[in-house]
Design a protein around this ligand. Sequence first.
Ligand code: FMN
Length: 223
Amino acid sequence: MKIICISASNILHSGTESTSLKICRKLEEILSNDGAHCYTIDLRQYPGMSPCIGCGRCYETRRCAHDRDFNRLYEELISADGVIFVSPHYAPIPARLCMLLEKMEEIAFLHWWRDSGYCSEVCHKPAAVISHGGGSDWALKSYRAMVNDTIANALDTIQFRTVPYDEEWSTGISLPVEKAAEGGGIFPSQSYDWEAADVKLLVYMRKFLTYAKAKSIDKRENP
Ligand SMILES: Cc1cc2nc3c(=O)[nH]c(=O)nc-3n(C[C@H](O)[C@H](O)[C@H](O)COP(=O)(O)O)c2cc1C
């Protein structure tokens, strides 16, 4: 079973210390302990991605005529049995993740518009959404609406299936910043309660894998 984690941060200065990347490394460990082959795609490695300009040429080819980085990434996602989106809160989501979602959505939409029975290249593929950022309880709930729901809504159009965490968190989980402090530079330094995060990630990944495995059996029996 092949699972891809998308690290959606665009922040260059966080480098290998990136929180998004750190969460992805944790997911790799959890999922490989459960027998999955899991690897991370860092969106900072795809600097050539551009926004969808609505030229419509993807209707013929199901690939973007202007964006090699997007096409490379899309092929990877098509080949996976499941995809996990790890996204910090920006305004509300990182621009490169937005470009990825826009282009997959346009390809799916143009076909669905002509054929409502159209099944996209990622049809029914399991997805998980994990947001992170700072703030109080109030902010955490608003992250769900701004980050998790935004991503899950786009994934729904593309025909991914976002795996719920529970009834309240039906579009994934959010990991809150525990403390923001003066970082010595122009940015605050943010720290997380990694013990609590580990438990939440483990529970969510168990649910995600159970769903992904069931889907994979279903695909084998009904290709
Ligand atoms: C445009 C923009 C808006 C941001 N807004 C928030 C925010 O509202 N709350 C927050 O905790 N962090 C915010 N951040 C910081 C990021 O959440 C986070 O610290 C950073 O992306 C982490 O990157 P990393 O995952 O590579 O460590 C923002 C960053 C950018 C670039």
